[in-house]
Design a binder for this molecule. Structure first.
Ligand SMILES: Nc1ncnc2c1ncn2[C@@H]1O[C@H](COP(=O)(O)OP(=O)(O)OP(=O)(O)O)[C@@H](O)[C@H]1O
Ligand SMILES: [Mg+2]
Length: 448
């Protein structure tokens, strides 16, 4: 079994190290966060448990617990409270913490609490409160994303293999996780393997494991990812990079629902759902003889194509708002009109991931103020400059201090409309207006 990973969130560096040493000596891998915001961000990485100090700067442990559970309700969290602070401990338990520990921490107690939780799978995660199966995290108002959400919901109710296709950064992994979390397997493991990141020669043993002595260097038995994912979901990322020889083995394992470890003879049976993802054109790869057609059909029982961001421009600003709220919980910064129009006009070759990087950078430059075009990377910020063709206010002043809101509004509407090919429904959505309100403004500003 691969080492389990524990996130230790504590603002006191010495305390963090002490807890880390105690858990590492119990064969656990540790990651660290120095405040609540860092903890929330780190909780997006593969983790098995979070140890959360209640008193932390930026975002306290209770706030961090709420936010972590919004995104990963199944992730067990243990809170650490000051001695005698029963009220906070109780509050944390009500919010879904699995256990609590009081300072000063008794190392033996810590190890036993952690071991206990890691051995016992938790109660099934709560579904979203409104009772719907809609994965809230897949943001997007476009028809394209609505279709994706619908397919995700249907796929979650079956064990059919799913193939997720899409350009880099379009949310393929997010879709895979959403399927897992909406399925009855949500209490089981979600195991991700990046087929491109593991060297070819090791991928087979990574997936299927090996027996001791199976090859030089195989000093002990290793349990592969297939077995680790038993009862849960196996996510095979960048499946298009897998070599044909291994494709054959994968196909057999999927068909027979069993396989042998390398160097082993006994078949191992597993109960898993496979979600595969690729940013390659697999049909072209099949034509070129690099991908097996039979494996393709086996994987693509449910086929989800994630549209690139530039083909659903009305999603850019809502997604930006969502990402900003995630990057700066509690006080999401405002997007100025020039910056918003630059974002709406950009082509986003790196899709949502690029958008997220651009916003993270902008937050750095903007501090706690509004995000303006000048906070965007060069090449992007110019898109927010006023467009002389739209003739706003008869000059090129655009958004400057003292310019009327109406000038800015007219400019933003004109640009958004143009970037969306004149489609009024989409423009209204992108700007957060009703269609009627948009039509009214178009008339008022004499835009067409
Ligand atoms: N529709 C969406 N709503 C909210 N967040 C999204 C959406 N799509 C992507 N993201 C976010 O964008 C980032 C990139 O998504 P993800 O890692 O799932 O993309 P990917 O397709 O797997 O990319 P790559 O091909 O580069 O591995 C993540 O932080 C993810 O949460
Ligand atoms: Mg990915």
């Amino acid at each position: 079994m691969a080492a389990r990973t524990v996130l230790i969130a504590d603002d006191d560096a010495a305390h963090r190290r002490m807890l880390g040493a105690a858990l590492e000596s119990a064969d656990l891998a540790c990651r660290y966060a120095a405040d609540g915001e860092e903890a929330v961000r780190a909780a997006d990485e593969p983790l098995d448990l979070v140890l959360l100090d209640v008193r932390m700067p930026k975002l306290d442990g209770i706030g961090a617990l709420r936010r972590i559970h919004e995104r990963r309700p199944e992730l067990p969290v243990v809170v650490v409270t000051a001695h005698g602070d029963v009220r906070l401990a109780v509050e944390a338990m009500k919010l879904g913490a699995r256990d609590f520990l009081e300072k000063p921490i008794d190392i033996e107690e810590l190890r036993s609490v952690v071991a206990d939780i890691l051995e016992r799978p938790g109660p099934p995660a709560e579904r979203p409160e409104d009772g719907s199966d809609e994965p809230r995290t897949l943001v997007g108002l476009s028809d394209g994303l609505a279709r994706v959400r619908e397919t995700v919901r249907r796929a979650a109710g079956s064990t059919a293999t799913v193939l997720v296709r899409g350009e880099s950064g379009t949310g393929k992994e997010l879709v895979a996780r959403a399927i897992h979390e909406l399925s009855d397997r949500r209490a089981g493991p979600f195991v991700a393997v990046n087929c491109a990141a593991v060297p070819e020669t090791l991928l087979e043993s990574e997936l299927f494991g090996h027996e001791r002595g199976a090859f030089t260097g195989a000093e002990s038995r290793r349990i592969g990812r297939f077995e680790q994912a038993d009862g849960g979901t196996l996510f095979l990322d960048e499946i298009g990079e897998m070599l044909p020889g291994l494709q054959v083995r994968l196909l057999r394992a999927l068909q027979e629902r069993s396989f042998e470890r390398l160097g082993g003879t006994a078949p191992v049976r597993v109960d898993i759902r496979v979600v595969a993802a690729t940013n390659r054109d697999l049909v072209a790869a099949i034509a070129a003889g690099r991908f097996r057609e039979d494996l393709y059909y086996r994987l693509a029982v449910v086929d989800i194509l994630l549209p690139p961001l530039r083909e659903r421009r009305e999603d850019v600003l809502p997604t930006a708002q969502h990402l900003l709220a995630r990057l700066r919980p509690g006080e999401p910064p405002r997007l100025g009109p020039e910056a918003a129009s630059a974002l709406a006009l950009h082509d986003w070759p790196g899709n949502v991931r690029e958008l997220s990087n651009v916003l993270e950078r902008a937050l750095l430059f903007a501090g706690h103020g509004e995000i303006r075009a000048e906070h965007l990377p060069p090449g992007l910020r110019e898109l927010g400059e006023p467009d002389p063709a739209s003739g706003a206010a008869g000059d090129a002043s655009g958004v400057r201090p003292g310019v009327s809101l109406e000038t800015v509004e007219r400019e933003l509407i004109a640009k958004t409309l143009r970037s969306l090919g004149g489609n009024r429904t989409r423009t209204a959505r992108a700007l957060g207006l009703s269609r009627r309100a948009l039509l009214y403004k178009l008339k008022r500003y004499e835009l067409r």
